[in-house]
Ligand binder design. Structure first.
Ligand SMILES: Nc1ncnc2c1ncn2[C@@H]1O[C@H](COP(=O)(O)OP(=O)(O)OP(=O)(O)O)[C@@H](O)[C@H]1O
Length: 263
């Protein structure tokens, strides 16, 4: 694997029972790249993110994170063996995820939601974790909400806390799993603004699953169109949205356009 690849899927197979969700899926992502995955429901988009977060195992192929196999470790004799929990934990710290349903700790304040993992997992001193949290709250525009609990915030505010919480671990790669799909339409804009700002101002690698086509077009370096567990077509937003080459892509884009106009 070349040095300028931070994520690689090499012929990854994922099955649930007899159902093949990812069918020898291969792709590479470079450091700093902003990549969006679009595609019909059930095409395996979220599964890709869940595998990277080690929330799902794989049935074949190899996933590399920063050049190291995620699910395997090299034994002394050079052979690959299943990864130990310590190996998974170490690689997991390189990745952060923003979930569709925010997944904040309901019994913790906003501030504590953000400082908890840096203190508990990274062993950061509390004062340093708090300073980091305060900087991130400023970035997401929530400095005045830091002592509130999640249920006292709007969905858009909760998701912005979710983004700050993921960033507090200083991941190299940030994964977004449909970050706005649980939000009321009027709250979508504030979350997209924060993500757009991150994409513009930081050299973070970003992999996003989204149904927001206009947003995907604006922020992505590359868009991958998934269909039935494979990449059907990929390219720059301009190529994919303006001149898709596959009939399946055109059909999908037409249907999302129609549902957006209808809704
Ligand atoms: N834990 C599971 N057990 C069984 N089947 C699963 C499981 N998780 C996902 N699936 C199935 O795998 C397929 C792919 O799921 P995935 O969530 O990756 O799709 P998606 O492209 O993200 O879809 P959506 O846009 O609807 O979120 C779906 O058919 C789903 O029902």
């Amino acid at each position: 694997m070349s040095e300028n690849v931070i994520i690689e899927f090499d012929k990854v197979v994922k099955r649930f029972g007899k159902y093949t969700v990812l069918d020898e899926l291969s792709f590479k992502i470079q450091p700093g790249e902003k990549v969006t995955i679009i595609g019909p429901s059930g095409s395996g988009k979220s599964t890709v993110l869940r595998i990277l977060m080690t929330l799902e195992t794989i049935n074949g192929g190899v996933v590399y994170v920063d050049g190291k196999p995620l699910w395997h470790e090299k034994a002394a004799d050079g052979s690959l063996r299943p990864a130990s929990e310590a190996h998974l934990r170490q690689l997991r710290t390189m990745l952060g995820m923003v979930f569709q349903q925010f997944n904040l700790f309901p019994h913790m304040t906003v501030l504590r939601n953000i400082t908890e993992a840096p203190v508990q997992v990274l062993g950061l001193p509390k004062a340093e974790a708090r300073q980091r949290a305060e900087e991130l709250l400023e970035l997401v525009g929530l400095t005045d909400q830091m002592h509130k609990y999640p249920h006292q915030l709007s969905g858009g505010q909760q998701q912005r806390v979710g983004i700050a919480r993921a960033l507090a671990m200083r991941p190299k790669v940030l994964l977004f799993d449909e970050p706005t799909s649980a939000l009321d339409p009027e709250l979508v804009g504030e979350v997209l603004r924060v993500i757009r700002r991150l994409a513009e101002e930081h050299d973070l690698t970003m992999l996003l699953v989204t149904h927001e086509m206009r947003f995907a077009r604006e922020i992505s370096d590359r868009v991958m169109f998934f269909d039935q567990g494979r990449i059907c077509e990929q390219g720059t937003p301009e190529q994919l949205f303006s001149s898709p080459t596959k009939e399946r892509t055109r059909e999908f884009l037409r249907s999302t356009l129609e549902s957006n106009n209808g809704g």
